[in-house]
Design a protein around this ligand. Structure first.
Ligand SMILES: [Zn+2]
Length: 337
């Protein structure tokens, strides 16, 4: 058995994987929804949903392999936006069980098939740990109900997120990554569902349009403290900002909690006025014009230990080259000692 995420976090810097949906959208397997409606409102219907797990499993398998080859210690099963609520709006509600189950099965198969490679790869970063394959995380995100119906919908969110987490547990994930939550209130619901299922959870909020507060008005420090108090094994931020823009909010979190930080930034440049790429006009059809270079991820990898980041990966815009850059940065920092 692979060791748990908690042990992996204790043994050194954990390197995550990159962003699946934007990369698969670029490869032609995922629908951004931009041809039908305004994207980036948080209310979209069939945008960036994970049916590729059942419709084009080979494309997903290949992307998992690429991340593993690049240095990822964890594979996220492509279950992002996989609640029945979101899948219903995309026309895939009846496939909720199958999408979640197949996505986890596929990630586990790739992790198992590359176990030897993984052992060689993880050893330089985590000398003491007994590992036999990359860990597989179930990705769980917001339902979008809070954007659509307001805070009164949190009980419905609880039903949907609770259902997805039970499906992921039955499918055999090693732990959960709760990510891209805009409202701390919905993140709390997700952490309670994770605890009820007995699964460890890495919890990362997303901040937009500015990094100063999440959508329901909490500072990064407040978010970090609440998430840690609810049992998250690592807390932090993902998506929306490039590494440089995300660092100040991570430092704020660092001051508020003693659990490891987790950071999975996007690879898109934002502006002083707008710290979130999904709120910029370039999203989603001009993203190539705001792509940041992979070198920023080398630097971010070098800074990980110094900044107290125990779990470091990428989100939207990060393909395998970015994860390789991140792993190189972490490696260079370790060599410096
Ligand atoms: Zn993202």
């Amino acid at each position: 058995m692979a060791k748990s995420i908690t042990e992996l976090l204790k043994s050194g810097v954990v390197i995550g994987d990159g962003g699946y949906l934007i990369e698969l959208e670029r490869r032609g397997y995922v629908d951004s929804g931009s041809g039908r409606e305004k994207v980036g409102t948080g209310r979209g219907s069939g945008q960036f949903t994970p049916e590729v797990a059942i419709e084009n499993p080979d494309a997903l398998r290949e992307l998992h392999r690429e991340f593993l080859n690049a240095g990822s210690h964890v594979l996220q099963a492509l279950t992002f936006f996989g609640t029945r609520e979101k899948l219903n709006r995309a026309g895939y509600g009846a496939d909720t069980e199958r999408i979640n189950f197949e996505a986890v099965k596929l990630a586990k198969e790739v992790a198992r098939d590359h176990a030897k490679h993984f052992e060689e790869l993880v050893r330089p970063f985590a000398k003491e740990i007994q590992v036999d394959r990359a860990l597989v995380a179930g990705s769980v995100s917001r339902t979008q109900l809070t954007e659509r119906e307001g805070m009164a919908s949190l009980d419905k969110s609880r039903d949907h997120i609770g259902e997805q987490i039970r499906l992921l547990k039955d499918a055999g994930v090693d732990f959960l990554i709760l990510e891209t939550f805009f409202h701390l209130a919905e993140m709390k619901v997700a952490l309670e569902c994770a605890a009820a299922a007995g699964l460890p959870a890495v919890a990362t909020m997303s901040f937009r349009p500015l990094i100063t507060k999440c959508t329901d008005g909490h500072t990064p420090a407040e978010c970090a403290k609440v998430m840690a108090d609810l049992g998250a094994v690592a807390v932090g931020a993902n998506c929306e900002q490039d590494p440089k823009r995300m660092l100040p909010l991570l430092r704020e979190m660092r001051g508020a909690t003693s659990v490891p930080l987790a950071a999975q930034p996007a690879a898109f440049r934002t502006t002083e006025e707008c710290h979130s790429f999904t709120r910029l006009p370039a999203f989603p059809d001009d993203l190539e014009t705001i792509q940041v270079s992979r070198n920023e991820f080398v630097e971010f990898g070098k800074a990980a230990r110094q900044e107290g980041i125990g779990y470091i990966g990428g989100c939207c815009g990060c393909n395998a080259a970015y994860i390789r850059a991140l792993a190189r940065g972490v490696g260079e920092d370790l060599k410096r000692g």
